[in-house]
Design a protein around this ligand. Sequence first.
Ligand code: EPZ
Length: 421
Amino acid sequence: MDKLIVEGPSKLNGSVHISSAKNATLPILVATLLCPYPVKFVDIPELMDVSTILKILQSMGLKITKNGNELIADASNLENQHADYSLVKTMRASVLVLGPLLARYGVASVSLPGGCAIGARPVDIHLMGMEKLGAEIHIENGYIKAKCEKLKGATITLPFPSVGATENLMMAAVLAEGNTIIENAAMEPEIDDLADFLIAQGVKIEGAGTSRMIIHGMDIKALKPNPKSYRVIGDRIEAATFIIAAIMSGGDVRVEGFIPKHLTYVLETLTKMGAKLEIGTDFVHIKNSPRLKGAALETAPYPGFPTDVQAQMMALMSIVNGDSIVTETIFENRFMHVPEMGRMGAKVTLKGNSALIEGVETLSGAPVMCTDLRASAALILCALVAQGESEIQRVYHLDRGYEKIDEKLTKLGAKIRRVKG
Ligand code: EPZ
C-alpha cells in the first residue's frame, strides 16, 4: 500500500486547476446505460472510483474507448444486467446502476453495497422509490433482485434528500411511462449536472437543483446522441480542500476550474473566520490569510455545509485562534480523522455527533493512517502545516477521490513524496 511522506511546514503558492467532480462523474457515467449509442466525454478524472464504476459498466457490456482526454462510453449492446458483489463492495455508488437497468431492461441484479467506514449507508430510500415506480424488489443472497414490466411515472416523496436515491430515481424515471415527480429531492450541484447530462440526451427535466423535480418519461428511441463531448463540472469538494490547504499554510493560491457558487456556505464560513478570499465566477484566490478564529458549524444537505468538507474544516480549526464546534448530521461515523489528528497534537473532544476543537499554535508531524476519503484529506492538510515529517499510510483511500493530489500539492510548493508500497 502506497504512503505519502510529508515534510512540514510549507507555505503554498501558485495556482491549481481542479479536476472534474467525482460525485458527478459517477452518476453520469452510469446514466450512459440508458443510451443505445456512444456518448463522448472530455476530461473524465483519473480516480480509483471512476475506474471501479467503469469496470462494473464494462462487466455488463459497456464499451469504453479512450483517446487522449476524450472517453467514449457505448452501451448500445449490453450483455447482462448484473452488478457483482466483488466490484460493488469496493464502492457503494455502484448501486446507481439499478435505476437505468430497470428502466431499460425491466430487470436488474445488483449486489447490496456494504456499509463503509463512515456509516451503514442503507439503500432503503432507493428501493422505496423503485417500488413506487412499479418495480418488484426482493433481496436474495445479498443481491437486490428487481424486475418490472415497464416502470410507470409516480410522485415519490423522499424521507431524506438522499443524493444517491435522487440520482437513481432520476435515471429510472427517464424511460418510465408518464412523468415522475420527486419531492424532497437532493439539490446538490452534482444532481444538477446529472440533469444537465440527461437533458443533453434529449430528456425533459424541470426543477433540477430544487427540492421538487419533474422527469418526463420517454421512449428510448427518442434519446439522441449529443454531438458535443460532455464535460462534468469541477469538483467543489476538491476545490474546498485546496482552499483550506492554502489558508492553513498562509499562502497565496489561486484555485480555479470549478464554480465557487457551489461552495457558498463554505466560503461564507471561511470569510467569517477571517480568511482573505477573492471570489470569482470560476476561481477563488486565497491571499495570505492571517491565523483565523474559531467557528461553530453543522453539516447539512445542500445548500447547507457539506459533510464532505467537514474533516478538512476540522483540520483548519485545529490550528485557529480559539475554539470551534462541528456537528455531523449526515453520517453516523464520520469522525475517524479525529484520533489520527490527535497524534499530530490536535485537541479535539468528541461528544456524540459533535466535536469540540481547541485551536493550538502548531501541530507536529507523525505517522498516521487514512481511514476514509475525506479523513485522508484532513490528515494531508494537517501534515502540510505540522512541524517535521509525517507518514500518511493507506493513501489508496485518498486516490479514490483526488486526482494526482500529491503532484498538485508539490507544484504549489509542498514537500510531499509518494512511497510505493
Ligand atoms: C453521496 O453519497 C456522496 N457520494 C457522498 O460523498 C456524500 O457524502 C453524500 O452524498 C452526502 O452529500 C457520491 O455522490 C458518490 P446520501 P450518498 O444518500 O448518495 C442515508 C465522498 O466523500 N440514506 O445523501 O450515499 C445515508 O445512510 C462521498 O465523496 C439512507 O438512510 O449519500 C446517510 O446517512 C462520501 N437510506 C444519508 O442518508 C438511503 O436509501 C446521506 O446519504 C440512502 C441514504
